[in-house]
Design a protein around this ligand. Sequence first.
Ligand code: ADP
Ligand code: MG
Length: 254
Amino acid sequence: MTPEPPTKPLVSLRDLTVELGGRPILRGVTAAIARGGITALIGLNGSGKTTLLRALVNEYPHKGTIQFHCGHDHSKAYPEAIGYVPQRLSLDARLPLTVRDFLALTLARRPLFLGISKRVREKSKAMMERVGVGEYLDVPVEGLSGGQLQRVLLALALEPQPELLLLDEPAAGIDFKDQKKFYELIAQINRDTGVTVLLVSHDLNMVQTYAHDVLCLKGGSIQCQGPPSEILTPINMSLVFGAELHMFPHRFGG
Ligand SMILES: Nc1ncnc2c1ncn2[C@@H]1O[C@H](COP(=O)(O)OP(=O)(O)O)[C@@H](O)[C@H]1O
Ligand SMILES: [Mg+2]
């Protein structure tokens, strides 16, 4: 088999259509997710961003094609290759567990009541240090701030090392200073590991600073795609966000 040229996108979507509750949510989405880059997915609430991420992890039946060009067989779900930090944690974050126990539940191959093995202890420590919260292993999950919890979820999404990292509004609910640090961390992980990142964000300043490519969804269709310098123009943004653009504070180039 000849190796794929490096310019090929990691994922190509062709005419992707997803219906939920009998309603078309994604309508013929054709787009490419650049290999090794950070692609930002933007659009109003309800435009289908989360649906697109969930379609990528095979959670929703779809028409059209989702093609991964990474050498693995993606005709079946291949969860190891995709890390996913969801928009909302669908389990109760008031877990009466320490972060160490929470990580062990995922990493250990035996019940937690048998104690945590040395392998899992070392692994958990390394995972937390990698995302800058190594000192929080003995803190209860419910004692974490929004930003710290996002880092724990990010650590889990990075284990095992994915080829594609999906982040659904990862910095929502984090205060401004920590948001910037969180984006810095994503950029650093992208640089260090080459993982392809697709992240949903409402913060156009962060998108401008950290994304290599921008994908705009409107009413379930692609409105525009390209590098931030071409896409984040006042005209494009008023097409994507319409009258609600004022909700997204952003300093356009002039
Ligand atoms: N499971 C579902 N069943 C029916 N409709 C859904 C479901 N999930 C999402 N939707 C609808 O799909 C549209 C897009 O939702 P979503 O992908 O969450 O948008 P976004 O993430 O851009 O805010 C919304 O109108 C939402 O109500
Ligand atoms: Mg969403």
